[in-house]
Design a protein around this ligand. Structure first.
Ligand code: 5MM
Length: 341
């Protein structure tokens, strides 16, 4: 694999492929396992993720990269093969979540800032040695009639930019993820309010990336779609696609090689439909693809249920979603394909 940042970023957003976000931190994976009645032990987490990474055909055809949590980057499969090696053997790029999570932002009730910059230079150099070639940092932005405040937007944008510059210094491509929460509280915002806030946040993020001398050619943006809140869902697929593309065109420089959306609490099929609608209807200067966690894994998690005898069923469920999203990444998905499956 070539080691130039531009080449790694290009591979991460290769046409018809996208990123599997499997970087659930300990608390989040516990929540996911609780939902299927499985205890979150190190072995169960390993088995679950090994199942995903060994879904060989789906990984080879539709997955360009995998975001891992620290534990997974160091873990070995049941037969002793490092999980990173399994991922690399499918042709996908291993990546690592390096942020320390979103914490309450002092003096800004209801708003968060992501921590984890202290010691990041040393951690990145270790992660590079362990095989990671891209990283991810997620800033979380609350949305309501009055939120976010400018101070919170700026704090998150600056942290994202400082993280991105450190990544590039270490030869690692930064995924820059500013997430405006679709499923936060109160969650009753309209699609137009989401447009307004997403535009403001992306403008702030790119201003800080510029100030921090981050090379835009060597990064990938992971934004939310412009979508109404979980308690206000009304907008059509076409409206979400149109507003998301318009907002991105107004804020994301053409030198960014690719944009890989988070799913943010959309249903599996919605996340696929929205991505496909954008790619089918619009010409854009960047690749537009997915970096889904829940929307790629939810069906697989259910089908697996923590039982070894269900591994093949879990892989079928994951492979189906990976294929649907691979098609969406070129605008070639349609609902009949779901029904046929
Ligand atoms: C997989 O979830 C990621 C890690 O979340 P925590 O740090 O809260 O455990 C998360 O950052 C994820 O990569 C993105 O939100 C995209 O996932 P979704 O499920 O929104 O597509």
């Amino acid at each position: 694999m070539s080691e130039r940042l531009e080449d790694i970023a290009g591979a991460m957003v290769a046409s018809g492929k996208g990123i599997l976000a499997a970087d659930e931190s300990s608390g989040t994976i516990k929540k996911r396992f609780d939902s299927i009645g499985v205890e979150s032990t190190e072995e169960n987490r390993r088995d679950y993720r090994e199942m995903l990474f060994r879904a060989d055909e789906a990984m080879r055809k539709y997955i360009s990269g995998v975001i891992l949590f620290d534990e997974t980057l160091r873990q070995k499969a049941a037969d002793g093969t490092p999980l990173v090696e399994i991922i690399r053997n499918t042709g996908a790029v291993p990546g690592i979540k390096v942020d320390g999570g979103a914490k309450d932002l002092a003096a800004f009730p209801g708003e968060k800032v992501t921590e984890g910059l202290d010691g990041l230079r040393d951690r990145l150099s270790e992660y590079y040695g362990l095989g990671a070639r891209f990283a991810k940092w997620r800033g979380v932005i609350a949305i309501s009639d009055v939120l976010p405040n400018r101070g919170a937007v700026r704090a998150n944008a600056q942290a994202l930019a400082r993280y991105a510059a450190l990544c590039q210094e270490a030869g690692i491509v930064p995924i820059v993820e500013p997430e405006i929460l679709m499923d936060g509280e109160p969650g009753d915002h309209s699609v137009d309010r989401c447009y307004e806030v997403t535009q403001e946040v992306l403008r702030a993020v790119f201003a800080e990336l510029f100030n921090a001398r981050v090379s835009l050619e060597g990064m990938v943006l992971k934004p939310n779609m412009v979508i109404d809140g979980k308690n206000a869902r009304k907008a059509s697929v076409e409206e979400i696609a149109e507003k998301t593309v318009r907002c991105l065109r107004a804020t994301v420089p053409a030198s960014v090689p690719g944009i890989a959306f988070l799913s943010g609490g959309q249903s599996d099929e919605e996340a696929t439909a929205h991505l496909s609608a954008m790619n089918a209807a619009y010409d854009m200067p960047w690749q537009l693809t997915f970096s889904y966690g829940r929307a790629l894994q939810a069906a697989c998690l259910q089908a697996w249920g923590g039982k070894p005898e269900n591994v093949a069923a879990g892989q079928r469920a994951f492979s189906h979603r990976a294929r649907m999203n691979g098609l969406a990444a070129t605008g070639n998905w349609n609902r009949d394909l779901e029904q046929a499956a």
